[in-house]
Design a protein around this ligand. Sequence first.
Ligand SMILES: [Zn+2]
Length: 130
Amino acid sequence: MDPRVNDVLERMRQTAAQAAQAMGKAADVASKKTNELVSSTKVNLQIFELKNDIEALYKEVGRSVYMAHTGETVDPQEIDGKIAQIDDKVARLCCLQEELEQQRPGKKCPACGKACQPEDAFCRFCGQRL
Ligand SMILES: [Zn+2]
């Protein structure tokens, strides 16, 4: 690996533990916020926006890593900040997707977890009594 890229990545690794801690807090706050949401349209819109934001951040981090490769000055803290934002958004995305799953009409099979129709007496996938 390019030594300059390696240097940036190494410095980022050193702050990974702190970032993980911060992410735990962020996920906690995010799940509380998620619980307040009721409309699935709203949830879908938020999922769409989060995915866009995450893609944009991926791009920015990638550009910074490439700049390190070309020898330009890159602030590892700036990359850390962006990665922390990605962590936060990914955590929120997971919460929202779970939320959406729960709002879906019908019921979930307790054995295989697949979605069944509300009128089903047995799971159409594994035969479990519902
Ligand atoms: Zn089943």
